[in-house]
Every structure is written in C-alpha cells, then in structure tokens.
Design a protein around this ligand. Structure first.
Ligand SMILES: [Zn+2]
Length: 296
C-alpha cells in the first residue's frame, strides 16, 4: 500500500473502491489512520500520469462552461492585489489560460504550467500566453521569484502534492502567497458514500453522482497541515466559489445548475452559523503565505 503523502503512515482504512470505468484502475480510496488525509492507494508517479493529461481532449468549451470558470476566477483575481509587489504570478495547471488572461489584463507578468497540449495551444492562440509543459519541480524557477502561485483544482491531481507545495514555497518571495482551490473531502466523502448506498437500489442513481476524487481529497485540517509542513504560515481555509458547469454529455447539466447554488447556500450557512468551525462546502479556497524574515 502507498504511504501517506502527508505523514508517511502506512495505516489507512478503505473508504470505497474506485469506479472501474474511471481513469484510475479499480483500487481504493482510503483515509490515513494517523492524519486523516484521503487518498487513492494506487501508487501513481508523474511519468505515469502526465501522458494522460498531455493527450486529454476538452470538448466542453461552451459559453456556459467559460462563464462558469470566469465567475470562479473573478473571485480569485480579487484576492491577488494584496500580494502584488514584484508583479509575477505562476498558475500551476493553468488549463486554457483563462485565469492568466485576467491577470495579464491586471498587469501581471504571467507564467503557467499545463501538461495538456490542446490547452497550451488554446492559451497561445487566444491569449498569446505561452504555457510550459514541465512538472513544477523540474522547471527550476529562481528562489523567491513569484508573488503568487496558484493551484486551481490541481493539487489533488498531483502524485506528490507535498513536494509541489515545498517547491511553491521556495519560489515565492517572503510575504508571497499560494492560493489553492480544491474539492473538500468533508463534503465529497459522505456524499459519495450516500450515492454508493443508494445505487444498490438503482444503478441509475449513480448517474447523478457528481462527487470528485482524484489522487487526494483534502479537508481544512489536512491541507493546513500540509501547507505548514511546506513552510507556509497564516493558512486560511474558507468556502470556495462553486462552479455550476457540467460537461455536454452529463445527464445532470440542468439539475446541477439548479442544485449548485442551493448546496452553496446551505453549506455556507452552516459555515457562518458555526463561526467557521464546520466547513462542509463542496469546494475549498485556501490562502497561505511565506513568513517574512524574522517573523513566524
Ligand atoms: Zn497521514
């Protein structure tokens, strides 16, 4: 069994087996018995996973999809100004470049990494942004080069997120920030379990399961610990802006559009009513900074 990326423990219990028809082989999603990190116990390395992303086809660039992403990115753009000093930003897993295009308009010097050949071509043609294809740890940016490094729905797809965050902390200046958007295990694990239980009644119910599991699933506690161990401080975790988009062929497209705001309001209310102690929203936004010299 794979050891835990956060604490190194080999003790984990199975939450549920992966679907046989996903990109992952039918291994299991487990939870570390020591630190609580949720992860796929199949060992995946960059050389294995990168080709899958390089050749991935994105056929859902509808206006609806673009509008959904833009709405999410607008919120993250508003977080940037606090950290704008050297004027350099790196978006890891930059996709089609929509977020960097916004940053470009704000005057940032934009850098991005994206394994998908199709996405890199799109960003170059549409926005004149040249994205790199390397793994973050292999690029060797200078120490303290960036004000901000972003991982939007990316960290949970990396084989070694601890290593990626350590590299992000090295290339950020003191006072610079990492901004992360990721799925929240505290939402997706119980919802997945519910769908699996219901699917014993009818297999059709599984079509409505929109839960997200890649190689990892973080919650407030595990992402904060991983960031702290990667030399970040001032870790803030709060509800992430939700995206209502679904792919063309999803039977749930319209339903998801209706339900997403409702889930957002419900889980957001729980968050506020518990003064930030219970964070059940489907998505998390995480901001953490590099300590200034002489401060902790
Ligand atoms: Zn662990």
């Amino acid at each position: 069994m794979t050891s835990c990326n956060l604490c190194g423990s080999h003790h984990a219990h199975l939450l549920f087996a992966n679907d046989a028809d996903t990109m992952s082989p039918p291994e299991g999603i487990v939870q570390c018995a020591n630190c609580g990190l949720v992860y796929d116990n199949l060992h995946v390395s960059n050389p294995t996973i990168i080709p899958q992303y390089e050749n991935r086809k994105y056929d859902h660039l509808s206006q609806d999809w673009i509008d959904g992403r833009q709405a999410v990115f607008q919120c993250y753009r508003n977080l940037l100004t606090t950290f704008q000093k050297q004027n350099r930003i790196l978006d890891v897993g930059a996709g089609h470049g929509f977020f960097l295009a916004m940053c470009q308009e704000m005057g940032w010097e934009c850098h991005g990494i994206e394994p998908s050949n199709e996405c890199r071509r799109f960003a170059a043609d549409r926005f004149h942004i040249e994205l790199g294809s390397h793994v973050l740890e292999d690029v060797k940016y200078k120490d303290g080069y960036f004000d901000v490094v972003t991982f939007f729905n990316v960290l949970d797809q990396l084989p070694d997120p601890t290593s990626a965050l350590r590299e992000a902390s090295r290339i950020l200046r003191p006072g610079g920030a990492v901004i992360i958007r990721c799925a929240n295990a505290r939402f997706h694990v119980p919802v997945k379990k519910t769908f699996l239980a219901l699917s014993t009644i009818s297999q059709k119910i599984r079509n409505f399961d929109q839960t997200v599991f890649h190689l990892y699933a973080f919650d407030k506690r595990t992402i904060a610990r991983m960031l702290t161990e990667a030399n970040f401080n001032n870790v803030t975790v709060f509800p992430g802006t939700l995206s209502w988009t679904a792919s063309h062929d999803s039977p749930i497209g319209s339903l998801k559009k209706l339900l997403t705001p409702l889930i957002g309001v419900l889980t957001g209310s729980v968050y506020r009513l518990t003064l930030g102690n219970i964070l059940l929203t489907p998505s998390l936004t995480v901001v953490a900074t590099i300590p200034m010299p002489g401060k902790n």
